[in-house]
Design a protein around this ligand. Structure first.
Ligand code: HPA
Length: 274
């Protein structure tokens, strides 16, 4: 990592600390259409990404671009409302820097949520799926470049990217909230186009259950820095060819908003158990 990046991280940390001196240890990244979750926070302080050096604004509809700290059911948490994606043309640093700023602010647990396509017949629109493992099919990696040993090792282990203790807690929280929680492997594609039917057939054969354009880069940066990660997908559509209709971003947003309410019930129970 360059000296400029280290300086950027330090100024990002300072900008957040000036507004939120006592930063929580748990952060949640909200995926496409899930930004409404932040409304459930009380005593919230909102810092627009534009006010934080190192945070870039997403150009995608459905991603607002705020860092919000507030209380959910008595537990203080941070929420990233909106994220940036590799397909927007950002380099790895633009994705890595916000996660590293969270690390320096003391975050120990990161919950990554996303909207995804379902590759199994039992993963239809509206399904809520706990990510058990991932495939970095895009081969986009924000850890490429000089390694900053102060965050983590050159060759980080990925034998358990999604923490087993957090997965157990998610299952308990889902049972308590009465939310059916499925499990699956997420395959990361670069996008921005939705997949062809042939690609979806290939991904299913490769062992993937979900397909999406986010989450994996953030997971890699977080695990490199020793942050524990949980991942949750909201299935907004079947993968191309598995259902008669074509994909659209509008459909993604509409389904995500509906399932988002169930996700909120799940996350409420989950954050209390941390
Ligand atoms: N493919 C990729 N990303 C997605 C999809 C999909 O079908 N649905 C929501 N995000």
């Amino acid at each position: 990592m360059t000296q400029e990046t280290s300086a950027l991280i330090a100024s990002g940390v300072a900008a957040v600390q000036a507004r939120i001196p006592d930063f929580p240890k748990t952060a949640i990244v909200l995926g496409s259409g899930l930004g409404g979750f932040a409304k459930g926070l009380s005593d919230a302080t909102t810092v627009p990404f534009g006010d934080i050096p190192g945070f870039s604004r997403s150009t995608v509809v459905g991603h607002s671009g705020n860092l919000i700290v507030g209380t959910l059911d008595g537990k203080r948490i941070a929420v990233m409302q909106g994220r940036i994606h590799a397909y927007e043309g950002h380099g790895g640093a633009a994705i890595a820097t916000p996660i590293r700023i969270l690390k320096r602010l003391g975050v120990e647990t990161l919950v990554l949520t996303n909207a995804a396509g379902g590759l199994r017949t039992d993963l239809g629109p509206g399904s809520i799926v706990m990510i058990e493992d991932h495939i970095n099919f895009a081969q986009f990696n924000p850890l490429i470049g000089p390694n900053d040993d102060s965050f983590g090792p050159r060759f980080p282990d990925m034998s358990a990217p999604y923490d087993s203790d957090l997965r157990a807690k998610l299952e308990t929280a889902a049972a308590a909230a009465g939310v059916p929680l499925k499990k699956g492997v997420y395959i990361f594609v670069l996008g921005p186009n939705f997949e062809t039917a042939a690609e979806i057939r290939m991904f299913a054969k490769l062992g993937a259950d979900l397909v999406g354009m986010s989450t994996v880069p953030e997971c890699l940066v977080a695990r490199h820095a020793g942050i524990k990660v949980a991942g949750i997908s909201i299935v907004t559509n079947y993968g191309t060819g598995l259902a008669p209709s074509a994909q659209s971003h509008e459909e993604t947003l509409a389904i995500a908003a509906q399932a988002g309410q169930q996700l909120e019930q799940l996350l409420r129970k989950f954050v209390r158990s941390l």
